[in-house]
Design a protein around this ligand. Structure first.
Ligand SMILES: [Zn+2]
Length: 173
């Protein structure tokens, strides 16, 4: 297995249904380079679940590629991740007016995962559970920053891939 692709989406039973954009799924199903795509629902009321899921996914085989529920990859995105030997890669997407690189479209190499088996646990647990205030380290709203911090502390810089990917719906908050 060269990579396993995680596509997390929120699912609220009996309310708004699921957040997985049909175009996100279509692009992933058609352009996954033969890698397994795991579509995993998250109850949005469980703010720590995404962090737990990433810690679980850290143990999956091969590179870990994350494509979030409202991101539209291109036909090249997964192939270029697989072809790249950098440990931490991503494609930018627009949030508001600015392109950012975050967890929406990212690759963590199998080598990085093997060398840093505790990285996701450090990102979600921190030195104390609430060292940033009243929001737990593992809260999904802090996860991008905490994962990036862990990698920056190890001396890594995220390798930006082009072209940018689509972000289908405006940032909801
Ligand atoms: Zn790369």
């Amino acid at each position: 297995m060269r990579a396993t692709i995680l596509c997390p989406y929120t699912e609220t039973p009996g309310e708004n249904g699921q957040s997985l954009n049909p175009l996100t799924r279509q692009m992933l199903d058609n352009n996954n380079a033969g890698c397994e795509v795991r579509y995993i629902p998250i109850d949005p009321r469980h703010h720590l679940r995404y962090a737990e899921l990433l810690a679980e996914a850290w143990l999956w085989p091969g590179d870990l590629i994350v494509v979030e529920h409202d991101i539209g990859i291109t036909e090249h995105t997964v192939w270029r991740f697989l072809d790249c030997d950098q440990p931490w890669c991503g494609n930018a997407y627009t949030v508001g007016h600015d392109p950012i690189m975050a967890l929406g479209c990212v690759k963590f190499s199998a080598h990085l995962k093997a060398m840093q088996p505790g990285l996701m646990d450090r990102a979600r647990l921190g030195s104390t559970p609430y060292d940033g205030g009243h929001m737990a380290n593992g809260d999904w709203r802090r996860l991008d920053g905490n994962v990036s911090s862990q990698l920056h502390m190890l001396g890594h810089t995220q390798h930006r891939h082009y072209p940018d990917v689509n972000h289908f719906h405006p940032y909801p908050r």
